[in-house]
Write a new protein. Structure first.
Length: 271
């Protein structure tokens, strides 16, 4: 993609988190809320791009008569970030839930998969964060561990509700990968860990670019096709200002460059 006009900032779409049953105290009985978390928007905006949440387009939602389509929405944007959130539904990769605690969100899955493929069709980059990484894998025909603790005996804990984003572990990066190149050939780092699901079988034309050295859990994936599609199991937006964690700048700058943002010659990539 050629660089955008210097007087027009990038427009980055962020997929919406869905709250199908809001708590009563929020005052929206029987309504669905769509929202994004502040850190992911501020991370995108920290480099001068505009973050725009992309609402779902549903049949019967009053939008069809206006002629709004996913194709038109994607045409107006320069890139897509699939943000974190609730589990991917096992139904989306051909399995039944192994526990009623983890049904996932099939509605959101379908909405994000449609967005993902339309961005790919239009040649625009996609970045998946946490759930977004898993969603990319599922959209490409892969599967997930519905629960790492149950389905990967001996794995370390990848989630702690009390610690949340303060839970971290080491990372090993594949030599020669694009991710290694972003960090000057560095093959190790430390990242946060906020997930109980993870990539199990890689999807078609995907490669693993990083893993957790303790148990081999996939931590970063990239599509080998003719376009930019990358997913990271950790939350790089939570790394800003955390000197002990992997710098989030190179990942963001690489994505924004793929979306058409011109980069200064002396950009150091610090997040």
């Amino acid at each position: 993609m050629s660089p955008i006009a210097p007087d027009r900032p990038l427009r980055i779409g962020l997929s919406a988190r869905l709250m199908h049953t809001p708590p009563a105290e929020l005052g929206f009985p029987g309504k669905t809320l769509q929202y994004l978390e502040q850190s992911i928007a501020h991370w995108i905006m920290s480099r001068g791009a505009i973050a725009l949440m992309v609402p779902t387009l549903e049949s019967g939602g009053g939008l069809e008569r206006r002629g709004i389509s996913v194709k038109a929405v994607v045409a107006a944007l320069d890139g897509l970030v699939l943000q974190g959130g609730t589990d991917v539904s096992p139904l989306s990769y051909g399995e039944d839930p192994i526990s009623p605690l983890w049904p996932g969100d099939r509605v959101r899955d379908l909405y994000e998969i449609e967005l993902l493929w339309e961005f790919i069709i239009q040649g625009k980059p996609v970045l998946g964060i946490c759930r977004g990484c898993q969603l990319i894998n599922v959209a490409m025909g892969g599967t997930l561990y519905q629960d790492i603790g149950l389905q990967h005996p001996g794995a370390r804990s990848h989630v702690d509700s009390a610690l949340y984003d303060r839970l971290a572990h080491d990372l090993v990066i594949e030599p020669g990968s694009r991710l290694a190149g972003l960090y000057g050939g560095t093959l190790a780092g430390r990242v946060n860990s906020i997930h109980h699901q993870a990539v199990r079988r890689l999807g078609n034309d995907l490669v693993a670019e990083a893993r957790c050295p303790d148990d081999g859990i996939v931590e970063a994936i990239r599509w080998k096709g003719a376009g930019y599609v990358a997913g990271f199991q950790w939350h790089p937006e939570f790394h800003m200002g955390a000197p002990d964690l992997l710098d989030s700048g190179p990942i963001l700058l690489d994505f924004l460059a793929a979306a058409g943002m011109p980069m200064p010659e002396d950009e150091d990539g610090k997040g």
